[in-house]
Design a protein around this ligand. Structure first.
Ligand code: ARG
Length: 394
């Protein structure tokens, strides 16, 4: 019997590897590189030490950037207005890769380390079912046995292994787009996050006294350059994470509504994601008609909700993406941002595709509606409202 395990190299998935072997499975481990800064060679070594028969390390960073992050930028994707969806976006990609390996290896089952309290189980399972069929055997020992971190550590010790990361106080999930931190003292929503939870951003008060000013170029909604230097999205996101993080921008602390009926306190770091979304939104305002702008917000929210809620497979996502792509065809231009001690402001923007006209807006010269035109417009514009309010006597 063969099982393909989504293996992060952490405490829980290491214990799961041992549990699966105890059950008589040949375990094939798969680690997907989505830009997390883990020692992946070390993860592979651990998998073999714990008895995996085969291990795959799959570099999917470029694919993550080009097929997932690019969509998130175009959709200004922020779940409940705050969370840039790093974890939520990477899960479907990881599940796709697990399904591919399971097919290739002719595995009877797939396994993961998700808990029954989280969103990730939904994101994984639905893509696995989509690719491998409804009857796919999904083994999720944390969900099935209520495996705790202490129990996982015990299993490892019982087999004579030192539990990896047993001392860790937080549950961290990292990829190119964001770093998610949960658990420990953060479970008290009233407690401020201790400085030790952050790794990508400096505390704003310790950021340099000189602001960082950057020009970001977009083509059809996709970021393509920094300070006029063209680069691929993966490189651009890495660069921004570093540059902007050094100026203390990119921290998020909010209460989130999970799919599974729980509210959770979540802390994230996402310097590049927040910068790119702010810049992209600003450029959209320059480009879109007022109707497009208002409609786009609905599309963005719908897309973010579907992705967060594990519905990557929902056909509506593709429909919404088509509309988002259509609108983004015109989102080409430059946005200048200034990052200073943990805050970001857009200080300039330009595009060839805009109805903005300097000469029209100028109060001193240029086109003016005549008094007659303006008065006539106001009369007609307000007629509905004035007539209604009068008819109600309010
Ligand atoms: N709440 C976020 C989400 O559902 C992040 C989950 C992060 N997972 C973790 N193990 N820290 O997408």
């Amino acid at each position: 019997m063969r099982v393909v395990l989504a293996y992060s190299g952490g405490l829980d998935t290491s214990a799961i590897l041992l549990l699966l072997r105890e059950k008589g499975y040949e375990v094939i481990t798969v680690t997907i590189d989505v830009g997390q800064e883990d020692d992946l060679a070390g993860v592979e070594e651990r998998a073999y030490k714990l008895g995996a028969v085969k291990h795959y390390t799959i570099n999917a960073v470029k694919e993550f950037a080009e097929n997932y992050i690019s969509k998130a930028v175009k959709a200004n994707a922020l779940y409940e207005d705050r969370y840039p969806l790093g974890t939520a976006l990477a899960r479907p990609l990881i599940a796709e890769k697990i399904a591919e390996i399971a097919k290739k290896e002719g595995a009877e089952a797939v396994a993961h380390g998700c808990t029954s309290k989280g969103n990730d189980q939904v994101r994984f399972d639905l893509v696995l079912k989509y690719r491998l069929g409804d009857d796919v055997k999904i083994i999720a020992p944390v969900r099935e046995l209520g495996l705790t971190r202490t129990a996982s550590a015990e299993i490892l010790r019982r087999h004579g292994f030192e539990p990896p990361g047993a001392h860790k106080k937080y549950s961290v999930d990292e990829n190119l787009w964001s770093r998610s931190i949960e658990g420990g003292v953060l479970d008290d929503p009233a407690a401020p996050p201790p400085e030790e939870v952050f790794a990508w951003t400096v505390p704003p008060e310790k950021a340099p006294n000189e602001p960082l000013v950057l020009s970001i170029g977009f083509e059809k909604g996709i970021p393509v350059s920094i300070n006029n230097e063209k680069m691929g999205l993966e490189k651009l996101v890495r660069l921004l994470n570093r540059l902007v993080g050094l100026h203390g921008y990119g921290r998020i602390d909010h209460i989130e509504n999970r799919i599974v009926g729980l509210k959770s306190r979540e802390v994230y770091e996402a310097p590049a994601a927040l910068t790119l979304i702010e810049a992209h939104k600003d450029l959209e305002k320059l480009v879109y008609t007022p109707r497009e702008l208002r409609f786009k917000k609905l599309l963005d929210e719908q897309w973010s909700d579907l992705v967060y809620q594990g519905l990557w497979v929902e056909p509506l996502r593709l429909v919404v993406e088509k509309a988002i792509d259509e609108l983004n065809k015109w989102v080409t231009g430059e946005v200048v941002v200034k990052v200073y001690k943990g805050s970001l402001s857009v200080i300039g923007r330009s595009s060839d595709y805009t109805s903005y006209s300097k000469s029209l807006i100028d109060y001193d010269k240029g086109w003016y509606p005549s008094a007659e035109e303006a008065e006539g417009f106001i009369k007609i514009w307000g007629r509905h409202s004035l007539a209604a309010v009068r008819s109600r006597g309010i």
